[in-house]
Write a protein that binds this ligand. Structure first.
Ligand SMILES: Cc1cc2nc3c(=O)[nH]c(=O)nc-3n(C[C@H](O)[C@H](O)[C@H](O)COP(=O)(O)OP(=O)(O)OC[C@H]3O[C@@H](n4cnc5c(N)ncnc54)[C@H](O)[C@@H]3O)c2cc1C
Length: 304
């Protein structure tokens, strides 16, 4: 019944059943989603939410899966990915600044490169973050001194009840790795940025330099979800973990990276349960040794 009505909204070729989410997460971990749906515009998305509401089907949105640990049993209901018009970037440049409108499905690396090439500065920090704009708005993603909140002017979103709205940067309640999207359950559709004019060669060189720093410091040769824990105030999670003697500490195929202790890596076919158990052990031991309770930055999907 659901599937029948679904095909009236989304082309059958963009509907997958029992799709393994390990193929859609940078951890390369995660069981099946009952439905994995690629939507291409707001009309489809609105109709889909309405159908899910009517049929009692749970739904969630995935970006590039770069901040997710999905359980081995996967998730029930629908996982929605934003493609089509959500992948558009529009840039208009003035004398001293420019306006950029980008869809939530746009990869940050592309957004950083395209704005830099157009002579707009500011988003270089995002060039090496392997997520989409949607995920970055949810997380207020940041690196090397920059954060989404520094440049976002407004965000267009679809509320779970199907209403569209545009929130200003202030209304987004951006904080350290958080935004209002973590509270209101809305789907970010896109954002508008105001960026100062820059020099393309300089911005592109900065992106390259930051990416080189990442390659040197981060275990990019292994699947992971980036920094596993948030930075506790006054500390660095990686240093606390290293000082607790946990460099290389492993549970099954999951391990604390030897290169950067802030990263839990999927060293050898780790299961979600192993990553989760490792995270729990790390939290316990760091708490015992340093009295600091680490909070996961990675978001958990499904049952653990
Ligand atoms: C190697 C590596 C390096 C990283 N470095 C950094 C870094 O320097 N700084 C940093 O901040 N992060 C970093 N990350 C983490 C991650 O890339 C960011 O959190 C990113 O913003 C997540 O985006 P995503 O599209 O992958 O989101 P996903 O992981 O797919 O989703 C994350 C959350 O956002 C929700 N979501 C996604 N899209 C939408 C949408 N359109 N509307 C509503 N909700 C949505 C999902 O439901 C989920 O709850 C790194 C990760 C890796 C693997």
């Amino acid at each position: 019944m659901f599937l029948e009505e679904l095909t009236a909204i989304i082309d059958r070729s963009r509907i997958k059943e029992r799709e393994l989410l390990k193929g859609h997460t940078t951890f390369h971990i995660g069981g099946p989603a009952d439905y994995f749906l690629d939507v291409v515009n707001t009309e489809e998305l609105t109709a889909l939410l309405s159908l899910c509401g009517k049929e009692g089907i749970a739904w969630r949105v995935i970006g590039n899966g770069s901040n997710l640990l999905v359980s081995d049993a996967g998730v029930r209901g629908a996982v929605i990915r934003l493609g089509g018009e959500f992948g558009d970037i529009r840039i208009s440049k003035g004398e001293s600044e420019g306006t950029v409108t980008a869809g939530a499905g746009v990869r940050l690396a592309k957004l950083a490169r395209e704005t830099a090439s157009a002579g707009l500065a500011g988003l270089e920090f995002a060039g090496g973050i392997p997520g989409t704009l949607g995920g970055a708005l949810v997380m207020n993603a940041g690196a090397y001194g920059g954060e989404m909140k520094d440049y976002v002017k407004s965000v267009v979103m679809l509320k779970p009840d199907g209403t569209l709205c545009r929130l200003t940067a202030e209304e987004m309640e951006f904080g350290y790795r958080t935004s209002v999207l973590q509270k209101n359950g809305a789907i970010a559709l896109g954002a508008e940025f105001v960026l100062p004019c820059g020099v393309p060669e300089e911005s592109l060189a900065k992106i390259e330099e930051l990416n080189a720093r990442r390659r040197e410091k981060q275990p990019l040769e292994y699947p992971s979800a980036g920094s596993t824990f948030k930075r506790p105030e006054g500390y660095f999670a990686g240093k606390l973990i290293m000082d607790a003697g946990l460099r290389g500490y492993a549970v099954g195929g999951a391990a604390v990276s030897e290169k950067h202790c802030g990263f839990v890596i999927n060293k050898e076919n780790a299961s979600a349960a192993e990553v989760c158990a490792l995270m729990e052990r790390v939290r316990q031991i760091v708490y015992e040794k340093a009295g600091v309770l680490l909070e996961p930055e990675v978001r958990l999907w499904g049952e653990f």
